[in-house]
Design a protein. Structure first.
Lengths: 516, 140
């Protein structure tokens, strides 16, 4: 049942067994798992069923550090959460992303990727990308194959594409019909109250923009409001634990990150006939669209001490949302000018005599094209990137968020070293030549990010190193759990939605066990 | 094993040359004082220049390279360096037919990338050998 929280009597106390705070990908996944279970579920969503400006303004906040999209623009606050503007890219994390790596400080999950295998399979279906198969071998067609690199540094990788699944639309009827689930819309949680000492959550305070307020009492609570808001709510809930819930070791809000995309230069193909359809996102295999990428093998990452990363390819005349302006800039960059055309002319002749012969015979105007490389990295966990509370308040009287994001030396070194390795591979394989953009101090321009908010309530078995334990329970609080990308200790380069859903499925199993 | 070439800013170009100098690659191994060797070198220079088809692109890339490395602004020097890098004697290359020579040079170019013997020219990472071939094309 869907209920407008603005119609709840003032200060009413709603009793339930499981209270899920937030109806995005994680919250809706959890709720669906509890349909038909022998316990009541209360799902609290701050927005309504459609976008509204006033509710969205609750997401405004301050930004310091790296220039970033406004916080009320890169998040969506209505039923379905940020899946309402999700682009649909899906890929699980890699095995190495879960490992403790000596060269990546603060790395390591409490479990390996294999622990999530079954959850990933189900997450695939929930995100409507079909069966799990990310082996590039399975995605080749006559015209779409990975570039035939001859070295051992690079491998191909695959991203799958959800329709994209708007969780709020696709799963709305199912949740509305569920007998044991009440969904409260326009219900903003503004405080999480606990016992003293703060080892059990007793209730949450809910406020509506029209001034209405009420309480929800439950046996168990799940915070599922997103990578920034999860931390904010814990920091705001400071009546008993003055630093904020779960923040006894000053970790809540720290380690924030997104997935930065760097302008990693471009490349020319020696043979203009070489197809790169595999990488352009336009190829469909068995009815499913995918996009290929170029990544470095785990052995190279270990040997070189790099974070995980992937290079995406864009045509410089492509009309993709992010590619076009940066691609034009690549061609017109003052110091490069039209030099790329000379290089294109030179290498076409030097790398492959057959190409020369072809052109002599048919004299086509073989179209030379400069392709752009955008390298997306797994940022190294950085405790100095953090969500804190601003002095400004929102319409509900609660302190807004202040976001500070910065990247470190390992991040930039990984991008610039990857450029060099890609350049080596292209040349060694006779495929073409790479243009790199590394400047002084290994500085590579960043020009995009994924709006993936991660890391702010990271997972670790040790409360001195994590906000939640391996079961996503807040350390020190018996009945408060956290869902979503805020629990990621490391981030891979994969988009987080698939992993968010997989972790939510895992958490749902735990909660079913607790509730039974 | 692929050896990393340290590339740093605008000085990366000269940095690469310093790196190559450590391996004795910058300095030619062979002397060309004898007159008959000069003729051989001339002939070989033209043969190597033809490898890049001496296109406009090759010539322009070669010119840019020579602007930065004026010490290599002579065909004989370039020929010596190409032979030294490849471990070839002049006569060996001079007596190799064009098809075989192309295969040898392409293999050398690929090994340049594998060994980190590369040049950064306006951001483009090129093989040292191929860049010298472009330079020959620009001079002849």
């Amino acid at each position: 049942m869907f209920i407008d929280a603005r119609r709840i009597p003032q200060d009413k106390i709603i009793e339930t067994e499981v209270c899920i705070i937030g109806a995005g990908a994680a919250g809706i996944t959890l709720a669906r798992e509890f349909i038909g279970r022998p316990f009541r579920v209360c799902l609290l969503e701050g927005g309504g069923l459609i976008y509204d400006v006033e509710t969205q303004a609750l997401y405004k906040g301050e930004i310091t550090g790296i220039p970033y999209d406004p916080l009320h623009v890169n998040r969506v606050r209505y039923f379905g959460g940020t899946t309402n503007h999700w682009s649909g890219w899906c890929r699980p994390l890699d095995d190495i992303d879960f490992e403790k790596r000596k060269w990546v400080p603060y790395s390591g999950w409490p479990f390996s990727k294999s622990h999530l295998a079954e959850h990933y399979k189900r997450a695939q279906r929930i995100c409507q990308v079909g069966e799990q198969d990310y082996d590039p071998e399975l995605w080749q067609t006559h015209d779409a194959r990975p570039l035939p690199f001859k070295g051992q540094h690079t491998t191909a990788t695959i991203f799958r594409h959800s329709p994209p699944t708007r969780f709020g639309l696709v799963y709305r009827d199912e949740i509305e019909r569920a007998q044991n689930i009440n969904t409260y819309l326009h219900a903003n949680v503004v405080d999480i109250e606990t016992t003293d000492p703060a080892n059990t959550v007793t209730r949450v305070r809910v406020a509506c923009l029209d001034g209405n307020k009420f309480w929800v009492v439950a046996k168990l609570f799940v915070l599922a409001t997103g990578g920034i808001e999860n931390a904010r709510l814990l920091l705001l809930s400071n009546k008993v634990q003055k630093t904020g819930l779960g923040n006894q070791n000053d970790l809540v809000g720290r380690f924030f990150t997104d997935h930065p995309g760097f302008d990693a230069g471009g490349f020319l193909l020696s043979d203009p006939r070489t197809s790169i359809s595999f990488y352009l996102g336009n190829t469909v295999v068995q009815g499913k669209r995918f996009t290929g990428g170029i990544t470095l093998s785990p052995e190279v990452l270990r040997r070189e001490g790099l974070v995980n990363l992937c290079a995406l390819i864009y045509k410089t005349d492509w009309s993709g949302v992010y590619a076009k302006p940066a691609a034009r800039a690549l061609i017109r960059r003052r110091e490069y000018g039209h030099f790329w055309r000379y290089v294109a002319d030179a290498i076409t002749n030097i790398d492959d005599m057959a190409v020369s012969t072809y052109r002599k015979m048919f004299k086509p105007e073989a179209r030379r094209q400069l392709f752009m490389l955008v390298t997306v990295i797994e940022p190294a966990p950085n405790p100095d990137s953090r969500v804190t509370l601003s002095t400004e308040t929102d319409a509900l009287g609660k302190r807004r968020v202040r976001l500070h994001w910065q990247l470190g030396r390992l991040d930039r070194h990984s991008v610039s070293r990857a450029q060099e390795l890609f350049a080596t591979e292209f040349g060694y394989s006779g495929l073409g030549r790479v243009l790199i953009t590394t400047g002084d101090n290994n500085d590579v321009p960043m020009y995009t990010f994924g709006d993936h908010h991660m890391g702010t309530t990271r997972m670790h078995v040790d409360p001195k190193q994590g906000v939640v334990d391996e079961n996503c329970r807040v350390h020190g609080i018996s009945n408060l759990f956290v869902a979503g990308s805020s629990v990621f200790p490391t981030f891979g380069y994969s988009q987080p939605t698939l992993t968010i859903v997989a972790l939510a499925l895992r958490l749902a199993e735990k909660i079913k066990g607790v509730m039974s | 094993m692929i050896t990393r070439v340290k590339l740093t800013a605008r000085r990366r170009f000269l940095g690469v040359l310093a790196y190559l100098g450590l391996f004795g690659i910058v300095r030619p191994q062979h002397s060309l004082s004898a007159p008959h060797d000069e003729q051989l070198a001339d002939s070989l220079a033209r043969k190597l220049a033809a490898f890049s088809r001496q296109t406009t692109g090759a010539r322009n890339v070669g010119r840019e390279y020579l602007l930065h490395v004026p010490a290599e602004n002579k065909p004989h020097v370039l020929v010596d360096l190409i032979c030294a890098t490849g471990g070839w004697r002049h006569a060996e290359l001079a007596n190799t037919d064009s098809a075989r020579l192309r295969v040898m040079l392409q293999d050398r170019i690929r090994r340049d990338f594998a060994n980190g013997q590369v040049v950064n020219l306006h951001g483009w990472i090129l093989s040292q050998t191929e860049t010298r071939l472009y330079a020959l094309a620009a001079l002849l």
